[in-house]
Design a binder for this molecule. Sequence first.
Ligand SMILES: [Zn+2]
Length: 138
Amino acid sequence: MKKKILNEVLQALDIKATKSRMELIEIILGSNDHMSIDDILNKVRKSKSNIGIATVYRTLKLLEDHNFIVKHVFKNNTIVYENTFDKAHHHHLIDINDGHVVEYENVDLEKLIHSIADQLGYELTGHSIELYGRKKVK
Ligand SMILES: [Zn+2]
C-alpha cells in the first residue's frame, strides 16, 4: 500500500499515526479480498503487532464511516469488509456452503438494470445484486 494513501487515510480519520494503527490499516486496506472479521483478526495475530480487538473494531467502524471500506452483510449471515479503492463496480455471488464471495461483472446485466429503472420512470442512483448458490458437482 502506498505511503501517500496511508497518510491520506490517517489524516481523514483524524487519528494519531501510531505504528500499530498504521499496520492495522495496511492489513485492512492492503487487501483486495472480501475479509471477514476472523480473516482480519488472523492477519492481525500473524503480524505480531500489539493491536487489541477493540482497536480493530473501532478502526473498522472509522474506515467504514469515511467510506474507505464497505461492510457487506449478506443474507446468509456472511459479513465481509472490502476496500473501496481502485475497485470497479461489481456484484457478488455468495457460496452458501463456505461463505466464499465471488465477484463478477456483466455488461448486459448493467444495461438491463438501467433499462428496468428507465421503464419504471426512475433515474438509477445505485443498485446491488447478490447471487447465492452452491458449487455444482461435476
Ligand atoms: Zn466485492
